[in-house]
Design a binder for this molecule. Sequence first.
Ligand SMILES: Cc1cc2nc3c(=O)[nH]c(=O)nc-3n(C[C@H](O)[C@H](O)[C@H](O)COP(=O)(O)OP(=O)(O)OC[C@H]3O[C@@H](n4cnc5c(N)ncnc54)[C@H](O)[C@@H]3O)c2cc1C
Length: 351
Amino acid sequence: MPMKLQEYVNLSQLTTIQLGGPARYLVECSSIEELIEAIEFAETKRLNWIVIGGGSNIVFPDRGYDGLILKMGLRGKVFEGDGYIVHASIAAGESWDDFVKFCVEEELAGVECLSGIPGLVGATPIQNVGAYGQEVSETIEEVTVLECSTKDVLKFSGEECGFGYRTSRFKHVDRGRFIIINVRFALRKFGAPVIKYPELKDLIESGRRETKINLSLVRSAVLALRKKKSMVLDPGDPNSKSVGSFFVNPLLDENQFRTFMERADELGVSEKVPIFAVEGGVKLSAAWLVENAGFHRGFRKGGVGISANHALALVNFGGTASELIGLAQEIQEKVLNIFGIKLEIEPLIFE
Ligand SMILES: Cc1cc2nc3c(=O)[nH]c(=O)nc-3n(C[C@H](O)[C@H](O)[C@H](O)COP(=O)(O)OP(=O)(O)OC[C@H]3O[C@@H](n4cnc5c(N)ncnc54)[C@H](O)[C@@H]3O)c2cc1C
């Protein structure tokens, strides 16, 4: 079957932040053969190309994208194993939250705290998606990829993926080298839910009464917390027109932390800074830095702003990609000038 190429497709319809002009070409790929055909088309025409999933962690420019968008459309789920560990092999084009919901219903533990995260399964290893005390790296046992230059299909074990806090080899060293086509998770049948994130723990404890804590209860609590912060996609909530958190929480080693605390002392805020101990150093709250650099929740600049419900979510209130990038840069500069911390941007930005 010939490739179904679409032309001049509006990228704002393909991204959760609803920004970006037209894409010159777009093709939905539902098999490895179609992915290869699309890459070869781009190579022949000397076009840039990029693969997208749910468009929930990407910002395209107002002028659009003068290349080929490969929309991930590979589907399929296989669950194997009837003991404690169940292996779930999920194609990259499956909806992440549908997968989580299914696991919770089937009492498969391991991804329950990641309820409500938009996007597709294939993107989750890229930034080692995480929330409420859980990350996909904890359950990913294998990632299958198409190597774009050789068109070979390769498999990486979880250890080979180079996972870290909001990162992996796919996000940095091997960016653009592979297309993720399948992810295999190891889940625990009737396993206990992970309840270590303080806010989640408090919510569950407060409403507990006699109710048994199970995966469904955790999923409901996570969804409730996310909804309050406009961190679930909701067409009725203008604050959810975002890419989720725009900045990553900074990780500091001992020396960087000492320098930061000296600055915080000078500013008289050292007692108030939220600090989380992590392996090899500390994690700061990017949300705290943003708010304390003068960008409060609900802040507006032109058609963009900060969510009224979450200081880390930059929101499109009817503006442009350049306004959004301008605001992000302003925040980065202010945070750097005041606290000496360079905030790293989480989503992929095309300028
Ligand atoms: C309201 C909201 C809440 C969010 N909450 C969270 C959260 O709690 N935790 C969290 O970690 N993230 C969160 N996110 C960010 C985002 O949902 C995740 O990063 C998600 O995994 C992105 O999936 P996607 O399919 O939409 O990827 P896209 O946005 O389509 O793509 C993101 C990047 O991955 C690449 N990519 C996508 N698919 C593939 C593939 N198959 N192979 C190779 N490269 C690929 C793209 O080229 C791009 O660079 C949130 C976003 C929103 C809008």
